[in-house]
Design a protein around this ligand. Structure first.
Ligand SMILES: CCCCCCCCCCCCCC(=O)SCCNC(=O)CCNC(=O)[C@H](O)C(C)(C)COP(=O)(O)OP(=O)(O)OC[C@H]1O[C@@H](n2cnc3c(N)ncnc32)[C@H](O)[C@@H]1OP(=O)(O)O
Length: 174
């Protein structure tokens, strides 16, 4: 196991998956109880991730009071969760269902409550099952990011990976 974002010199070939929605269209929820995107999650970010051009996706999130670290700014873990969601959705543009293996976040500036966070993510490369994804966050000026993230996701067989946990998901419904 590695523990750093180490982009391969040469990527495996990647192409946009034919079933991914067109630019500007929402990408379907991966799970309705997901903390990051689920509409039925009792507590969560409810991010609506939108497909972009190529291997890019984006989302927006208003920083609400319950997301506070303190005082008056977003909690770093909430920002990291938002990054995880958008980073994890980007590999769907190449048709790869993934889980997070490695995630690095750089916090450049405080993010005030009430601000609208613009999140953008892009798949940079694929190497065997590893998918390398970068994301950034800004408050309206893309040239002025408030945070960036780099991550390695690992492609999985969805049914096998979650086979032992699906019953718990159903039981946790509110
Ligand atoms: C949530 C899923 C839904 C899906 C789709 C919608 C997404 C929506 C958004 C969701 C957003 C939320 C998403 C969430 O919150 S997902 C929830 C949080 N993540 C997890 O629970 C994952 C837990 N970990 C595992 O299950 C396993 O460790 C995995 C599956 C990741 C690998 O175990 P597996 O036995 O299968 O494979 P392998 O060990 O042969 O490794 C394979 C390759 O990977 C490389 N490697 C492994 N670990 C690391 C590491 N730490 N850094 C760098 N590299 C690493 C490894 O060196 C090898 O590389 P290479 O030898 O080829 O070079």
């Amino acid at each position: 196991m590695e523990n750093a974002f180490d982009l391969p010199a040469v990527s495996d070939p990647m192409s946009r998956h034919p079933k991914i929605p067109g630019p500007g269209e929402p990408i379907r929820l991966h799970h309705s109880l997901c903390y990051g995107c689920g509409d039925d999650a009792p507590i969560g970010l409810r991010l609506k991730v939108i497909a972009g051009e190529g291997f890019t996706v984006s989302a927006q999130m208003v920083v609400e009071q319950w997301m506070q670290g303190g005082p008056g700014v977003i909690h770093g873990g909430v920002l990291t969760a938002a990054f995880d969601e958008i980073l994890g959705t980007a590999p769907l543009t190449i048709g790869a269902p993934v889980v997070t293996a490695h995630l690095e976040v750089d916090f450049a500036k405080p993010i005030p409550l009430g601000s609208t966070l613009h999140l953008d993510a892009e798949v940079l490369a694929k190497e065997r099952r590893k998918v390398f994804v970068r994301a950034s966050a800004h408050l309206g000026d893309p040239e002025n990011p408030v945070a960036t993230a780099h991550s390695i996701f690992v492609e999985i067989d969805l049914k096998k990976h979650f086979a032992a946990y699906r019953d718990d998901a159903a039981q946790s419904r509110p």
